[in-house]
Write a protein that binds this ligand. Structure first.
Ligand SMILES: Cc1cc2nc3c(=O)[nH]c(=O)nc-3n(C[C@H](O)[C@H](O)[C@H](O)COP(=O)(O)OP(=O)(O)OC[C@H]3O[C@@H](n4cnc5c(N)ncnc54)[C@H](O)[C@@H]3O)c2cc1C
Length: 421
């Protein structure tokens, strides 16, 4: 991956922020990015809105009452566009996220550079992995009721799964289909969906259930004709005629392009990030939305992640700018004092450093770094306590003092004079 850094040098100034994925998480991040005056690029490979745009009923987006996924996502998109976010339709294939400048390359071969990146690629439906599923995909096998329900008008379909999405989509399918049979892994009366959704499903006369069963095979000659069901208690196989199979058994994160890039993923491919700041293990790279390891995957939590990630990215850029300007770029030695308002000793050290600075008549520069506000910088330079003092020369740490500051003024004079030579 490192070779991306050296390919096709771009003449364009890097973006402040590049966002990969234009679902609720990515679009919210873009809104916050643009409002924070960051030059923001949003890259989406398909239709903006992601999974949220594929659901017909949304009843839990605060303030909207009852709305549809496509309608809500249209509003997100209009809001994003209105704020002047640059939006392109491309599929991100490769990334190099380790350097100060992050490189994003798309399947078209275009290359974009950014100082900070938010990854919000979302997820896609998990497949059953049974015989017949692949060949009959799009020929009766579907993973999106909103997209495909009207093809099944007055026909019989089965729905696999019993979670919130499975129940919601079954209810939607009843508006079109003659019958909807839910294939549920659990014994009779047990579903994974929330109670309110379950009650709505039980009250709908078009929905039927096959309990404690799984699909073994999907059959059909060019189009779905039946499913073979296995009873999990007895092992008995039965064949049930049907016109369609809708699968809602969870999702898989769209993080294939992030494997082997140094970004931390869990065993299932979800991005690992700090739940407070959305920061990943890579400096300047943030994770948001359903592709992040988290507890609740919803539009509102995706939007929340996006907002936090964009604010954290803004803070990261400000810190980097401060570090570059105050510590890494000056030609003279820089004495970086890590301090904290809660540590009297660190305030003393700051005072001594200021006096020494005045006495030395500007042979070195003094940078004050609040340990808690700049925890990430402290971590980068291995600072774990206050006071700590690092001496930088030409952007590199050439000496450090921690623990004992008895002879601090002498140390400063000796080290800064040596460093300046
Ligand atoms: C059927 C269904 C019903 C749901 N109903 C509700 C509901 O009623 N209420 C609710 O709150 N939530 C609901 N959800 C969940 C909600 O849709 C998700 O939690 C939310 O969409 C996650 O947002 P996201 O931005 O993280 O990811 P996504 O919505 O998955 O968006 C990710 C985007 O990234 C793009 N992308 C991926 N990889 C790349 C790449 N390499 N390059 C460029 N772009 C890329 C994708 O095309 C996609 O547009 C439902 C989900 C489903 C599937």
């Amino acid at each position: 991956m490192a070779d991306l850094q050296n390919q096709h040098p771009t003449v364009m100034e890097p973006y402040d922020l590049i966002i990969v994925g234009g679902g609720p998480a990515g679009m919210t991040a873009a809104i916050y990015g643009a409002r924070a005056k960051m030059r923001t690029l949003l890259i989406e490979k398909a239709k903006h809105g992601g999974q949220a745009a594929t659901t017909e009923e949304v009843e839990n987006w605060p303030g909207s009452g009852k709305t549809t996924g496509p309608e809500l996502m249209k509003q997100f998109r209009e809001h994003t566009e209105h704020l002047g976010v640059e939006m392109i339709k491309e599929d991100v294939a490769r990334v190099d996220l380790k350097g100060e400048i992050k490189v994003i390359e798309t399947r078209k071969g275009n290359r974009y550079e950014g100082r900070a990146v938010i990854l919000s690629p979302g997820a896609h439906p998990r497949t059953l992995g049974v015989k017949g599923e692949g060949p009959l995909r799009g020929k009766g096998v579907s993973y999106c009721a909103t997209c495909d329900a009207d093809f099944f008008t007055e026909l019989d379909v089965v729905v696999v799964g019993s979670g919130d999405a499975a129940v919601e989509e079954s209810l939607y399918l009843t508006k079109f289909c003659e019958s909807v049979t839910m294939i549920v892994l659990h014994p009779e009366g047990t579903m994974d969906a929330n109670k309110a959704s379950q009650e709505r499903a039980y009250a709908n006369p078009k929905i039927k259930y096959v309990w404690q069963s799984a699909i073994e095979e999907i059959k059909g000659d060019g189009i779905v004709e039946s499913v073979v069901l296995k009873h999990l208690g007895t092992g008995d196989l039965t064949e049930m005629p049907t016109n369609g199979v809708f699968v809602f058994i969870g999702t898989v994160p769209n993080t294939e392009f992030l494997k082997d890039t140094g970004l931390a993923l869990d065993s299932r491919g979800y991005m690992l990030a700090d739940s407070e700041t959305m920061a990943t293990n890579l400096d300047g790279v943030f994770a948001a939305g359903d592709a992040r390891q988290k507890w609740l995957r919803q539009i509102v939590t995706a939007a929340s992640d996006g907002a936090i990630a964009a604010c954290a990215a803004e803070k990261y850029l400000a810190e980097e700018e401060h570090l570059r300007h105050e510590v890494l770029e000056p030609k003279e030695p820089v004495l970086a004092v890590f301090w904290s308002p809660a540590s009297k000793e660190s305030l003393d050290v700051l005072g001594w450093a200021e006096q020494a600075n005045t006495a030395a008549g500007g042979t070195f520069k003094l940078a004050r770094i609040d340990l808690y506000k700049s925890a990430r910088l402290a971590q980068r330079y291995g600072v774990t306590q206050v006071p700590s003092v690092l001496l930088f020369m030409n952007g590199e740490v050439v000496d450090r003092l921690e623990g004992n500051f008895d002879d601090f003024t002498h140390w400063i004079t000796e080290k800064t004079v040596t460093a300046a030579k």
